[in-house]
Design a protein around this ligand. Structure first.
Ligand code: NAI
Ligand code: MG
Length: 353
């Protein structure tokens, strides 16, 4: 029996509604399929916590999270009571940085039962691996001569180490999928960092002779994700390019309420963190309308990361079956409540076992 200890941080808003659902699904999975057990430690760190204690998490928060196999997070943000830069930086970004979660991974898949805004989604199924520690989002630069003569410099920082580890992750992922990696580049317009990125990509492809590779300029690649998303398997990109492509991926799936994400620590010193793409959705919070699929699919990514890929596959099938059967929350055009979707999914998992 494999035991996993999971740090659960529901956070704010709908995070508090979808997290118990995902945890219940994981508990059901362990119960009916066997072989694993989970222990969940719940941490109430959130904007409520901030309003009471003056910080988003206690001083020893990070060390408490560290003793787990993974961090499972809901959503952070309560913008009318706590400014976003305080809440996001005090919790989410803090964890990503301190735990050296240097890669962000987001799958996008055409799920039966969900209407993609694309006329021809053609069963697309790709995953974007984004460099998450440097690149265009560096803090190197500055502004001088405020006013009419003002000047701003924003430096993009690319290191071989970060590019290599990101691409290596992408190639390994492709080995377990359809064996195809596309690099997002722009070496025709960005003349130093992107030719460098291309060089590292070429070097890496030599290490993986069985993987088919391709480099697409980011503008064309963005267009391809609309015109022929089915052509892609694994896409690897810098921080900025990955950021843009992952939002595009969530958009063509049909609702942000289903999109999952992982922040991966690669050096094994700290746990990775799994969180849905959506935020705390204050507009629907408290009404039982939140779609739990994003959090549940995120749990599937966590299972895969823990090495429980068979359980992950079972969970993914249950998600797809439930959606295909029309069990959908209002964001997907359905009329099911959050808890009704979970109940159907649990039912499905029990039938599958
Ligand atoms: P949001 O993702 O919370 O909401 C955007 C839209 O999607 C809203 O119409 C919302 O109702 C809908 N939506 C989101 N999740 C849903 C779900 N599970 N089911 C059904 N519909 C869903 O983004 P927004 O409104 O820009 O931000 C709200 C708060 O969340 C802010 O404080 C923001 O900073 C924070 N935020 C936090 C993130 C995180 O924790 N990773 C990510 C994005 C925003
Ligand atoms: Mg984004």
């Amino acid at each position: 029996m494999k035991k996993y200890s999971i740090a659960v941080v529901p956070g704010d808003g709908v995070g508090k509604e979808v997290m118990p659902e995902a945890v219940e699904v994981l508990e059901t999975l362990a119960e009916v399929h066997g072989g694993v057990s989970f222990s969940f430690d719940w941490y109430p760190w959130s904007c409520d916590y901030y309003l009471e204690h003056g910080q988003m998490m206690p001083e020893d928060g990070m060390s408490r999270l560290q003793n787990h196999n993974a961090v499972f997070l809901g959503a952070v943000g309560d913008p009318t009571r706590v400014p976003d830069h305080v809440s996001l930086w005090g919790l989410l970004i803090n964890i990503r940085r301190e735990f050296e979660q240097v890669i962000n991974v987001r799958p996008a898949k055409n799920l039966k039962g969900i209407r993609s805004p694309l006329a021809n989604p053609n069963d697309f199924n790709f995953i974007v691996v984004r460099e998450n520690s440097e690149g265009e989002y560096s803090e190197v630069g500055g502004r001088i001569h405020r006013g009419a003569d003002e000047l701003a410099i924003q430096n993009a920082v690319f290191t071989r180490k970060a590019a290599e580890r990101t691409m290596d992750y992408a190639f390994q992922l492709a080995e377990g999928r359809r064996g195809h990696v596309t690099s997002a580049t722009k070496s025709n317009g960005i003349v130093h960092s992107m030719p460098f990125w291309d060089d590292v990509f070429k070097d890496m492809s030599v290490k993986y002779p069985d993987i088919k590779t391709e480099a697409n300029h980011i503008d064309a690649l963005a267009a391809f994700l609309v015109s022929k998303p089915e052509a892609f398997d694994v896409i690897v990109g810098s921080n900025l390019f990955g950021d843009i492509l992952t939002d595009l991926g969530a958009a063509i799936m049909g609702s942000i309420g289903v999109a999952p994400a992982a922040n991966i620590n690669l050096n094994g010193k700290y746990p990775s963190m799994f969180e849905p793409v959506h935020g705390s959705a204050p507009d629907i919070y408290g009404k039982g309308l939140a779609n739990p699929i994003g959090q549940i699919w995120t749990a599937k990514m966590m299972l895969d990361h823990l090495g429980e890929t068979e359980l992950g596959e079972t969970l993914m099938s249950a998600i797809e079956d439930v959606l295909a059967a029309g069990v959908k929350t209002p964001d997907l055009g359905g009329s099911y409540k959050t808890k009704e979707v979970t109940a159907e999914m649990i039912q499905r998992l029990k039938v599958m076992a």
